[in-house]
Design a protein around this ligand. Structure first.
Ligand code: UDP
Ligand code: MG
Length: 304
């Protein structure tokens, strides 16, 4: 059995050597390959890594520039050859010792073993709160149920990797796609450590991008919001229209000429426009579903 470990790296010169040695040490007892994906680091990450990897069967995949964490995973998934594949961050926040526990679950027959954090050391309350609400929103908008407090640290069976590699879509929100693919999954809990060295490579901008990708990859609900808003506006417009008409008839002395009819027209036509946009959105949503070309279903066939 060969275990593959994918490690994305972006400007991790302070920690890359330690990560390499820790993984080697931890995985002594398991036949394994490490696949480092250098996501266009501008520092000495690659320089440090190359001599470490030379002469071993480990691999380095190096990008021409920074393409992002998710792209790094996707690249890693295409280069791995193991029967079980682990994705792990390169900053040692994900304790490598957990891999053994994951492998055990995998041997028991689970195809996805995700790591669930018990505690998040070294993370701001802002990140904790936003992550909490984000996953709730994601679950309510999509069929994707990402277990709370999980990141990308996980083990996947070869058959999941093949399925992921076979999905042609371009914006890849990997945690969502892994859920979408299905199969048997289970979590193992751990305490998330602080970064071994260096600083987070995830500024708010990248975080937001990822969050938006997650929702838009799995839900066309945002496209339909204007339809709902349009319906509400149209109903309000009709109400205003009826009210102003009644007022004109029943109490003509209190009405300002022209005001009610103007308001009614604005709200009503605003509503009609929103509904039209919503209808267009509905079709765009279908086009979007089609171009993603996801399979209609995936059979529960997974040979070991
Ligand atoms: N990373 C990457 N490309 C990026 C940003 C991050 O490959 O554009 C890698 C980074 O080197 C690290 C992992 O993704 O191994 C997680 O990033 P980080 O630890 O900065 O995220 P955080 O733990 O703060 O969420
Ligand atoms: Mg980190």
């Amino acid at each position: 059995m060969l275990l593959s470990v994918i490690v994305p790296l972006y400007n991790e010169e302070e920690v890359v050597e330690k990560t390499f040695r820790t993984l080697e040490e931890e995985l002594r007892s398991v036949e394994h390959e490490l696949v480092f994906v250098n996501d266009g680091s501008k520092d000495r990450t690659l320089e440090i890594l190359e001599p470490l990897v030379r002469g071993t069967h480990h691999k380095i995949v190096s990008f021409s520039r920074n393409f992002g964490h998710q792209a790094a995973f996707s690249a890693g998934l295409r280069h791995v050859t193991g029967q079980a594949v682990v994705i792990i961050d390169g900053d040692l926040q994900d304790p490598p010792a957990l891999i053994h526990e994951m492998l055990e679950k995998w041997r028991e027959g689970y195809q996805v073993v995700y790591a669930q954090r018990r505690k998040r050391a070294g993370e701001t309350w802002f990140k904790k709160i936003t992550a909490h609400f984000y996953y709730r929103i994601l679950h309510s908008l999509t069929s994707i149920e990402i277990p709370p407090d999980t990141g990308d640290y996980r083990l996947m069976d070869r058959c999941i990797v093949e399925q992921l590699n076979g999905l042609p879509e371009r914006s890849r929100f990997l945690r969502g796609l892994v859920c979408w693919v299905g199969f048997k999954r289970i979590g193992v809990t751990y305490d998330r450590a602080e970064r071994a060295a260096g600083v987070s490579k995830y500024p708010l901008r990248k975080m937001l991008r990822l969050a938006i990708d997650g929702i838009t990859s799995f839900s066309t609900t945002p496209l339909k919001i204007s339809f709902m808003a349009g319906c509400i506006a149209t109903i309000i417009g009709l109400g205003v229209f009826i009210w102003s008409f009644l007022e004109k008839v029943l109490a003509p002395e209190t009405t300002v000429p022209g005001w009610a009819s103007l308001m009614a027209a604005i709200v009503f036509f605003g509503g009609v426009q929103l509904i039209s946009i919503g209808i267009v959105g509905e079709y765009i949503g279908r086009i979007y579903e089609e171009v993603k070309q996801r399979p209609l279903y995936i059979e529960d066939k997974c040979e070991k």
